[in-house]
Design a protein. Structure first.
Lengths: 636, 317, 636, 317
């Protein structure tokens, strides 16, 4: 099952010592954060992705995340137009995008401002900036550039001007098309990347382009590499300390898409919506080959209705969407729960409420997923915390949906969707590809909702099975699926559907605690904040803080043992990308404080006073932001 | 998850199905409701075609008419108001072996379901659609429907409704990829039966608007047309609905209409003086989305695993 | 403002002593529950409503509630077809439908079975049954009837056979049309009702019918009255102990409809759905005259979008629906909250989940109303507990929606919708009819979301106001309503919208406690269960129980002081028509127990272990059901 | 609640409005996006008609095209994807004094918004509707739209889309109560302007499909039609779009089409060989729902109180 690439990987030079390149001794680093920022369309992301892949192939831990402009069609050289990529890489596993960058390559000074507004840099951050602007024929630009450079220096940045385009012009006619590859070469030199791996990566990236284009890109790569070797005295070396196992590298949406295939799902029904759509872009390309199809429906209601129809007919189905699309699926989720149709629903969360922040991260759909239904609607809710889990949890979701005959909502978010990280290449399990139900003849005496008294579980017939015929309905119904408005039948049906949740709960184990089993502070998180929380906690622990963390994957039913665990800590606090009133806001009291979703949920669940640290900046949680609060809480 | 038999290639015992093989629960419609006649006609079509009940699925939304699946002894899906089409499409998408019928009401299809209706026409999946059009909301007790005639007195328009009705035939004919559009009436069992039979035989989305009496809420709605057959015009053509003698005798007004002629179909559908019944339009060559859906079913687990492995390779480092 | 009818009312014979009618001494009663049950279409409800109105006019407290068949088109003489009415009336205010009936008039024996299955009767209940069946030509019917009568007697019912139809035939040709009026006459005699008031009521009910029909009905009324006076030895007298004030009598949906007019609302946008539709049936008749219009939209999404458009344009608007319709409104409610569009949303709750129990009562939309949105979406949620509140709370909802520029969800339910009760005739306040905004020229310098820092409140311009122009958006936006994805702007906007909730909270006072301020048990309720809870609590208190109750009207923000109040009681327990796992269900533990919606909410809010008593029988809560549990809890 | 001035009878200062009075935020569409041309044409129409900006409301859904309101200096409502029509209807319902425009995209209107679209046509409220049809989803980055031609390569159909496109003109013409249906193109400013002017002048629901270039995602879509004006057919008639000389010179293919002729309108709309531009159908006599909405506005508080009192009487005991 292994391929050539992997053989390459296992023979990677695993040495950690400083290498010597072009005479300068490369400084060994444990890890590093770099950014490439530009106007939209200048290829910064492609360069960064290649850099990330090369680093992953060199055995590094990697996390890359796209910098998406705030505006859809931002004007050039504007703050709102900052587009690009951040790559955090190191000798060990990297789990989040980190805090301020160590080095940034900027194509103009205005986009840098955009990033400065996001607190992307610190004093000392190295700025490699395209300096053609200082020669601009437009006086305003010249002026803007000069002024910005002064300001950057005042802020303590280590600014180095580079005439990137001029350098490119030495090798190609139109530098605007390949500057990104020149930058990639430069970075490869600075960070002692294996340039043959970078070449291979370029060949892969441009595999559908002409040889001429590939050649030109390779030329620029090498030019950037040589130029840097000769002109820049920065040289770093990041070795690998990780066990070398076969790995895949992709973003969370690709991981969900692959998970859909690995789960043996046959129908993915969707309506485009950011940031979920790219899952289905990926599937639209390749799903056919694994015996599945994407259906682009006329809207989100139709998308889920279609998936429910397919599932009713015995075909495994998923529907994928984000916030506003989830809102539209409300009624059909209720039907799936009521009529017990297995269904996987993936919600790639974005900033809300309403249309909100379409491209940005938030964890604001938690309570909607659990309680967002008129009437009592048992639904399983799980959340992926890593890109790897994006893959595996789709498979798990299908299994739960079918075993318990109910809808399963899998929450991911915009941070996972666009973040890229290598993870262990999964084993493929042929069992996943089985059809959802045993299609041997149905026993006439078994009713379509023959609820097990204890677990609420029942087997379902599918069309085609003689003697299994029934009419599914969203009205109150008895075990025959006959419409029945009697008091006791309604009570019975609700009860049986609810028991499935207790049955699932029984199969869960308490969450693992990261850190000591008791102490001063317990941080509770869920979803994509995992890496940042654990990093902050481990930093605080190194500083002597008595703090641990735990991370929830199952939100409904929630994992067992929480109350008991919480009681072992003096204080419990969630970390969430969600809105919550601050304690010292005007008019706010303990009583009327509107709390973040998870903290609120956990209070009801444990009767323990769970506090929170939260923001809704549309940005991933940073370890530094969390650490700051931990230090305050722990008196460090 | 199970692995015993798969891909819905189930064993269907060979036996002759009688009418009672298609009879589900005792219908709970008002005694003289037009829906009864439709149910009977459908059961006859099933018998005529000898549809295996377990391979037949009736899908509906919510409304009196949407109770239909309960009264059939087949598989059924009595879903949400306005949403029978997406569900039916999902059922059919990867199950070419199933016979899918949709029973919907004028509110269900033309009001809350209008968007799905338009798109269902365009998908043109092989299914038989019965719009039970009583020009009123029955189940919720007499509110105006989009097909209610202007001035209709209802509980939401006690002083008379404001707008002219939607004509479901013309609307359907206006959607790209429409492939079968017919109209019939609940009170002529022979024409009703022939029309549904033709609809079921058509490969594609067969849309049949059935003028349906709701004696409970609009006792006089079609009274004139029923008592005077001259208010009906019968569309005839060799490619149209099969000409039953009793029907032809009854309706003196008839016009020969070639169901391939879309322009004429629209002109006839537009008529307000007479009720045209028969086949307005039929084109079996239209693109069928269910054919796309059936294009890659039945892959073996190994084949799926292989495809996944190919993907892994692309992302391997 | 008072009318002739009211003058009549104030001169009502207020005497409580036993009257003498036809020689039999009428037994004085404090209160009484009677039912009329029949096949659908036999006019039982009309007779009962008239009886209720007459009783109200005689100064009694009254609660009538329709008995709605489980089936839409049930066959005649079937259990599922039981259709009719229950009237509970007494010398004091009546707040709920009570427990078992004291007397029932039945048109056939099968519908009685239907009610017996609902535990509507007890040993000793008087059954006046149409006995024509015993002469039926259909042997099965004869047999069924005979058998049923035996069984009824075995159950201890006091069965009295009456040849009602035969009696009617003495006066009219077609008794099936007027039997109900004959029954009304009979009941008037048994309960010493003022027959001239009954005549007036018939004239009113049939005011649109021909004089011939009225005459015939009057004839039957009087025939029934005389027959009973001569042939039935039952005679009761229910006096009035209530202060005689002008009153209106109507059901909760009519009260909502009148509230809409009284609130000065101009646009009611809806899509038909049981049990909400009758509000709009009522409004469709009369709204025009008070300068409003009902818009029947193509679906619920369009209905709320239309209302939001109207409100944006400066026209007060309401949208009215029930469970599945609420589900469809999810996305637009989010927009109204995000873009701060005042809007009243009335949700007449029915049984869920999904299509569920369309005609039956449940309180299952509580958490949906509060949390049913992707993202943080501050929304005011209030609930009417009485028919009177159905009226007043619409007015309050409009005021809140406009003062705080946000959506307000008003929850009622199927029990209030169809229950009929007299309440004090409200004062009409001309101020309610003002347009929503001051339409004098807008000051150019005021921004469209000029959020007050403390309260989050801002004024809004409406189209037509020069200098107020802005583009409303559901995307994250700043005070100018400009789309802005910056971290701090998103945080600011969410924060300002949230502060409005704290500001509303500050205006609320703690709920009044029914009973002692502290004790063994506190019962907490909301919505239509008020009457039953208070009745049960007062019965338990009379038995020596240390129990009090409180009832919430504001659920979001929730009324202040709860934690402090709860702490004064040894145990707190909600009473809800909602699903919750029973403690001793299999697999259920304290940890995985899925709790009812209000109890869950209050746990998070107060961190106090709030228990619950709940059912989802699709039936109103009965005082006896609650009392039973109170007795257990209190060891009575 | 306030009581100072009411019933939206606001004082509008008399002044001459220049183009810049209608110019809102700097448009953020791609530089050569067809939406720019539409924006310019609309601003000219506003100036020509001297619409008071504060009495003008632009309503949209979500999409590139739905950014439109932000670029006008009037009132605006940039709402939810697929829902511009209900919002626009609500705005217009009780505000006859407002001029309402709707800007919508092919996904917004014909896919997720299809049901509302059908019903908006039927309501026939007085508003000007611009369907900016680029045959693709722009904002979400190139997915198939219902108007994408069969075989379109998009991110959701990388192997080519499956179904023939919906034709928004025929669909609109198929809905009862349609009152104004026209088509124009973004690349002919004169025709675009005349069409929008005519649409705005029409009393009722004026539906204009504008073929709109999205160079970002489908650079070659209308390239042929733009370079070769003979692929366009101009509809002319004395009751049609005003005949501007430069337009008539440009398009050699023209047909005289009476916009009162529905059948011919449908036939022309069906043509696939050429792009027909001009007025397909116009009937100002159709029922207008906004007239109903405006039928009882402006009641005094006392009148409302009196009506309520009458109701109290009915329920008094
Ligand atoms: C989302 C939703 N909205 C509204 C309803 C209420 N409802 C049920 S059936 C119906 C209309 C029925 O009319 P029609 O479709 O014409 O069917 P008919 O009863 O006339 O056969 C409505 C509005 C519902 N069940 N769900
Ligand atoms: C409920 C919902 N679903 C999906 C989306 C995502 N979305 C935004 S715009 C759009 C389609 C845009 O296409 P079109 O309407 O043709 O406008 P264009 O961008 O081409 O002008 C989609 C699917 C959304 N915002 N809301
Ligand atoms: S109400 Fe009308 S449509 Fe419904 S069952 Fe009765 S007759 Fe038929
Ligand atoms: S993506 Fe297309 S439609 Fe959107 S702004 Fe760019 S060119 Fe215009
Ligand atoms: Mg109907
Ligand atoms: Mg588009």
């Amino acid at each position: 099952m292994l391929n050539a690439n992997l053989d390459e990987l296992t023979t990677t030079d695993n040495n950690n010592s400083a290498a010597e390149i072009s005479g300068i001794k490369a400084k060994p680093l444990k890890e590093c954060i770099i950014e490439i920022v530009s106007d939209a369309g200048e290829g910064a992301q492609k360069a960064g992705q290649s850099f990330g892949s090369v680093s992953a192939k060199m055995g590094n831990g990697v996390w890359t995340v796209e910098i998406i402009p705030a505006e859809v069609q931002p004007p050039a050289r504007s703050r709102a137009g900052a587009s690009g990529i951040r790559i955090r890489f190191g000798s060990n596993k990297i789990t989040n995008m980190g805090d301020e960058a160590d080095l940034v390559v900027a194509f103009n000074e205005q986009v840098l401002y955009g990033r400065i507004e996001q607190d992307a840099y610190k004093a000392g951050t190295i700025i490699l900036i395209e300096s053609k602007w200082k020669n601009s024929k437009v006086p305003e630009i010249k002026e803007e550039y000069a002024q910005a450079l002064n300001e950057f220096k005042e802020r303590g940045f280590d600014v180095r001007e580079i005439l990137m385009e001029e350098e490119c012009l030495k090798h190609v006619d139109n530098p605007s098309k390949g500057k990104n590859m020149w930058v990639l070469g430069m970075l490869c030199s600075i960070y002692s990347r294996d340039v043959t791996k970078a070449e291979a990566q370029i060949r892969h990236t441009f595999r559908r382009k002409s040889e001429k284009i590939i050649e030109s890109n390779l030329r620029l790569l090498n030019a950037g590499y040589s130029w840097a070797a000769e002109n820049i005295e920065l040289k770093f070396q990041i070795g690998s300390e990780m066990k070398q196992v076969p790995r895949l590298v992709m973003n969370g949406n690709e991981a969900v898409g692959m998970g859909v295939m690995a789960a043996g799902i046959e129908v993915c029904s969707m309506y485009p919506i950011t940031p979920a759509t790219s899952v289905t872009h990926y599937l639209s390309e390749v799903f056919e080959k694994s015996g599945g199809l994407v259906h682009q429906a006329e809207d989100e209601i139709a998308a889920i209705g279609f998936a429910i129809g397919a599932s009713y007919a015995g075909k495994t189905a998923v529907t994928i969407t984000s916030g506003p699309g989830m809102a539209l699926k409300t009624e059909f989720i209720g039907l799936a729960s009521m009529a017990e149709v297995p269904l996987v629903i993936v919600d790639v969360q974005r900033g809300g409420p309403s249309t909100g922040l379409p491209t940005k991260v938030e964890q604001g759909d938690l309570l909607y997923a659990i309680f967002g239904q008129p009437g009592d609607t048992p639904t399983v809710v799980l959340a992926a915390s890593t890109i790897e889990e994006c893959y595996h949890f789709v498979i798990l979701s299908r299994q739960l949906a079918e075993a318990f005959r109910m809808p399963v909502i899998l929450l991911t978010d915009a941070n996972l969707a666009t973040g890229v990280q290598p993870f262990t290449r999964p084993e493929i399990n042929l069992d996943s590809f089985s059809p959802p139900v045993n299609q041997s003849p149905w026993k006439k005496e078994i009713r379509p909702y023959e609820w097990d008294e204890k677990t609420g579980i029942s087997q379902r017939p599918i069309p085609g099975q003689a003697d299994g015929m029934y009419v599914l309905t969203g009205l109150a119904h008895d075990e025959e699926s006959h419409v029945a408005y009697d008091s006791h039948i309604n009570q019975l049906g609700c009860n049986r559907r609810s028991r499935k949740m207790a049955a699932i709960h029984k199969t869960l184990t308490p969450p693992k605690i990261n850190g000591d089993e008791s102490g001063d502070l317990l941080v509770v998180g869920w979803g994509s904040t995992l890496g940042a929380i654990e990093e902050a906690v481990s930093l605080a622990r190194k500083m002597g803080g008595s703090v641990s963390s735990l991370h929830l994957r199952f939100l409904s039913p929630v994992e067992p043992g929480l109350e008991e665990i919480f009681k072992r800590f003096k204080k419990v606090m969630t970390v969430e990308i969600n809105y919550g009133d601050e304690e010292n806001d005007p008019l706010i009291t303990q009583e009327n404080r509107r709390r973040t979703q998870l903290s609120w949920f956990l209070r009801a669940h444990t009767l323990i006073d769970v506090d929170f640290l939260a923001h809704i900046h549309g940005q991933p949680m940073r370890p530094g932001f969390i650490l700051q609060r931990l230090k305050k809480e722990l008196g460090l | 998850m199970f692995g015993l038999q798969s891909e819905c290639m189930l064993h269907v015992p060979e036996q002759y199905h009688t009418l009672s093989d298609y009879e589900g629960a005792q219908p709970r419609w008002c005694p003289s409701c037009g829906d009864h006649a439709v149910l009977t006609a459908v059961q006859k079509v099933c018998r005529e075609k000898q549809l295996p009940p377990e391979k037949t699925v009736f899908v509906s939304g919510i409304g009196c008419s949407s109770r239909f699946p309960h009264y059939m002894k087949t598989y059924g899906f009595h879903g949400l108001h306005g949403r029978p089409f997406p569900v039916a499409e999902g059922i059919k998408f990867r199950r070419p072996d199933l016979d899918v019928f949709v029973a919907t009401g004028d509110g269900d299809c033309c009001s809350i379901g209008a968007g799905h209706w338009i798109h269902a026409i365009r998908y043109n999946m092989n299914m038989t659609v019965m719009l039970l059009d009583n020009e009123i909301y029955g189940l919720t007790k007499m509110q105006t429907s989009p097909t209610s005639r202007k001035g209709t007195i209802s509980n939401t328009h006690p002083h008379g409704s404001i707008l002219p009705p939607i004509n479901p035939l013309i609307t359907t004919l206006g959607v790209a990829n429409a492939s079968f559009v017919a109209q019939t009436v609940d009170w002529n069992p022979a024409h009703l039966y022939s029309t549904l039979l033709a609809a079921h035989s058509h490969q594609g989305f067969s849309f049949v608007r059935i003028l349906q009496r709701c004696p409970h809420f609009s006792p006089n709605l079609f009274a004139e047309e029923i008592s005077n057959p001259d208010l009906t015009v019968l569309l005839t053509h060799e490619n149209g609905i099969e000409a039953v003698e009793e029907v032809q005798k009854m309706y003196k007004n008839s016009v020969v209409h070639d169901p391939a002629d879309m322009n004429e179909a629209r002109e006839i559908a537009q008529r307000e003086d007479l009720i045209p019944i028969g086949l307005f339009f039929c084109d079996p060559s239209k693109e069928q989305y269910d054919k796309y859906g059936a294009s890659n079913i039945g892959f073996s687990p190994q084949k799926k695993a292989d495809a996944l492995n190919v993907e892994f390779e692309k992302y391997a480092v």
